[in-house]
Design a protein. Structure first.
Lengths: 530, 191
């Protein structure tokens, strides 16, 4: 399976995944300039939950002075990640603040006012001999550095690696596909920091005890491909290959990328680890390198600012917690075409009501789209069962069936059609001639199912407590009853004895007297007869 | 021919014995239908259905003594689930039943006189406190049944609606979509 030959065969033979779309790329706009620094905003707002899993717990309080890189919130539980101060300054408050969220709901954030000195805390020592370091030490460093998947999903990286260590892996997949239109932050990172990404790959390969690594990059990024190939050449990595994949959305989906490069399919409901692979994003690799070799936690990232609504579309290196409004100013501000703000890409991103939300660890792109780029969706009509949605679905689902059952809120049926395999790529919505917001239905159904499961859990909990209480009350009642019965019995036992003592005698005497009288009479009668 | 009949007879009696044994050995106490109904009720134990708790209501439905549309906390979803389970048509919520937003009880602690009456009323032991001590509600355990309100002599318990926060949030139903016509069926069902 993993011989040298088959590795090189992969280079010549590419596979396909089902469906997918060719979308207008809009990538060049933001590639006109090198990465620029976004600068220090007046205030940083750092959400405690920037990752999948449990929110981090604040370890500072309002008024505290913090240094750059200092931990300000610790991980809670196995799937969580700590959070660090992106610069030095004062904690102004720990409060709820608007965050990038589909319903613009607020969440708890640490608000820091920078002091302008950007003064580092004492960083943990570099692990220079990382190729002989134990996996535990590397894992610990990755965990302590607050690294999460930087491709958008923001799953805590150490948890993913830890899970990988327990499985029988043979290949590390590095995701540099960046298939969504407009986004170029991974592209430019590969162009500018290919060596660092490859160092990160070396660390992760060593950590997982792997040799084989496939780096998938869409063929619309020739500069990134060249840079990565060059960077690999100068290392000792013998079994790492850059694979040029066709530009087709969503090639950057974990499962789609694996299928494109290896022809292997991750089973429905399964993870890449089920077929011996684990997938990480190129940005995450650079962050791993920074954590291990520089002792630098994840406090900044590259983010693409683009769309017709932005004066100078570009990529910015920005501190986590920087307000979106500040990022847009750093990209020349809005043009008068700006109409809709999107956090993430145009296919899978969420629209933002305003720019007063902070950049998070998973935030790869901010778009200000024009009317032309994001027209109001036309009114939906009834499904005409054209089947176009099923043709483009990269997971080979049947979106029209999923739509039918989500619409009818038949959550059992919708799961029979593998709702949870849907990666919410939006291909189906994009092609639907009836303008049905299919993905919206699927998101609704997924969150509704989770909600019902939660309600069920709560109901079971309440039932157990109620049963426990009923049992306790019954026991108390039974005890009281048996105590009462015992008292009564005791009383009754006493009663007869007492009766003999006081009420018995006169009766007995009366009876005896009567019997004596009868006997006397009999005696008298006998004497008369004689 | 004869041997075939014989084999079948022996097999049949063997399975009969096996099933009989299984029925005795794996006998489940209680009424399985009532159990299943109880599984679908929200366990708020509020008594709005007119029964002293969810289980008695489940028993009443199982015996055919009550309708399936009396549970306010369960809402329309529960009616649909029950209809599904019992093979009936879903019906509208009973008109006398008032649906309240999900809430938790909060004791205004300054006013609490520590009479313990609310503790005795709470069906899920969600209230903590001792005689003549201030009481408080364990929010995570409170089902919002409101049973503790009437016994309180100083009316210091109030119901607070649960705020929809980021963790309980779910994507809204895409409402502006056209209704599917009644006779439309999924593609697969037609084929
Ligand atoms: S693309 Fe739209 S109209 Fe066509 S089958 Fe799918 S949901 Fe129906
Ligand atoms: S959003 Fe889901 S159902 Fe639609 S095409 Fe993508 S994976 Fe398939
Ligand atoms: S109305 Fe209240 S007591 Fe009755 S079944 Fe529903 S939650 Fe339970
Ligand atoms: S505290 Fe009150 S409202 Fe909450 S479960 Fe107990 S009795 Fe019901």
């Amino acid at each position: 399976m993993s011989s040298q030959d088959d590795l090189d065969k992969l280079l010549t033979k590419l596979h396909n995944f089902h469906g997918g779309l060719h979308l207008p790329e809009h990538k060049q706009e933001s590639l006109q300039h090198p990465i620029a620094d976004a600068g220090l905003p007046q205030q940083l707002v750092i959400p405690l939950r920037q990752h999948i899993g449990r929110a981090a717990k604040a370890t500072v309080k309002a008024g505290d002075k913090v240094l750059k890189g200092e931990r300000i919130a610790e991980a809670e539980g196995a799937i969580s990640a700590p959070v660090h101060a992106p610069t030095s300054g004062t904690v102004k408050a720990i409060e709820v603040h608007a965050i990038p969220h589909p319903a613009a709901l607020p969440d708890t954030c640490i608000v820091i006012e920078p002091d302008g000195n950007d003064q580092w805390t004492e960083k943990p020592a570099a692990i220079l001999d990382y190729l002989s370091a134990s996996p535990d030490i590397l894992l610990q460093r990755i965990h302590n550095s607050g690294i999460v998947g930087m491709g958008g999903a923001a799953f805590p990286s150490h948890a993913k690696l830890l899970y990988g260590l327990k499985r029988n892996l043979h290949t590390l997949i590095i995701n540099g596909a960046e298939c969504e239109p407009y986004i170029t932050c991974d592209d430019i990172l590969m162009q500018e920091r290919a060596d660092d990404i490859v160092t990160g790959i070396e660390i992760i390969l060593h950590l997982l005890g792997l040799e084989r690594c496939l780096i998938g990059i869409e063929d619309n990024k020739p500069d990134a491909i060249a840079a990565m190939q060059q960077a690999i050449k100068v290392t000792s990595l013998k079994r790492t290959r850059v694979i040029e994949i066709p530009t087709i959305y969503p090639s950057g989906g974990e499962k789609q990328l694996i299928q494109l490069m290896t022809g292997e399919e991750v089973p429905s409901d399964g993870l890449p680890a089920d077929i011996g692979m684990v997938c990480h994003n190129v940005g995450t690799m650079a962050a791993v390198r920074d954590a291990v070799l520089d002792g630098r936690p994840l406090i900044s990232r590259i983010v693409t600012i683009s769309g017709e609504g932005i004066s100078e579309p570009r990529n910015l290196h920005a501190l986590i917690g920087t307000p979106i409004s500040h990022l847009i100013q750093a990209a020349g501000g809005y043009t008068d075409k700006a109409r809709q703000l999107v956090y993430g890409g145009p296919m899978m991103g969420i629209s933002l009501p305003d720019d007063q939300v902070p950049l998070t660890k998973g935030g790869n792109c901010v778009l200000a789209l024009s009317e032309n780029e994001a027209p109001d969706p036309e009114k939906a009509r009834a499904c005409i069962r054209c089947g176009k949605c099923a043709d483009v679905c990269p997971v080979k689902l049947l979106p029209q069936q999923l739509y039918w059952y989500s619409h009818a809120k038949d959550f059992d049926k919708v799961q029979d059609y593998n709702l949870f395999d849907c990666i919410e790529c939006g291909c189906c919505t994009h092609v639907c001639p009836s303008n049905i917001q299919l993905v919206h239905y699927f998101r609704f159904a997924k969150t509704e199912i989770w909600k019902q499961e939660e309600e069920k859990r709560k109901a079971d909990h309440a039932r157990r407590r109620h049963e426990a209480r009923t049992a306790r009350l019954e026991r108390i009642a039974a005890e009281r009853k048996s105590r009462l019965r015992k008292k009564k019995e005791d009383l009754e036992q006493k009663k007869p004895a007492a009766g003999k003592a006081d009420a018995g005698d006169p009766k007995k005497a009366a009876i005896e007297a009567a019997m004596k009288r009868v006997a006397d009479k009999k005696k008298a009668a006998q004497e008369k007869q004689q | 021919m004869l041997s075939a009949i014989l084999t079948m007879t022996i097999l049949a009696s063997l399975f009969g014995l096996l099933l009989g044994y299984a029925a005795v050995r794996f006998h489940i106490e209680g009424d399985p239908i009532a159990d299943q109904i109880d599984q679908m009720l929200p366990q708020t134990q509020c008594g709005q259905c007119g029964h002293p708790g969810c289980r008695p209501y489940a028993d009443a439905i199982a015996r055919g003594e009550d309708e399936i549309n009396k549970c306010a906390p369960g809402g329309h979803e529960t009616i649909i689930a029950l209809a599904d389970l019992l093979g009936r048509d879903p019906i509208a919520m009973d008109e006398d039943i008032e649906i309240r937003p999900p809430s938790v009880a909060i004791i205004i602690e300054e006013d609490c006189i520590g009479c313990t009456l609310c503790i005795q009323a709470c069906p899920v032991d969600a209230i903590l406190g001792a005689a003549k001590q201030m009481h408080s509600v364990i929010e995570s355990e409170c089902t919002g049944c409101e049973l503790c309100l009437p016994p309180c002599p100083v009316e210091c318990i109030v119901m607070e609606p649960i705020e929809a926060d980021i963790r309980s949030w779910s994507w809204p139903y895409p409402g502006d979509q056209p209704q599917l016509a009644q006779e439309e069926t999924p593609v697969e069902a037609q084929a």
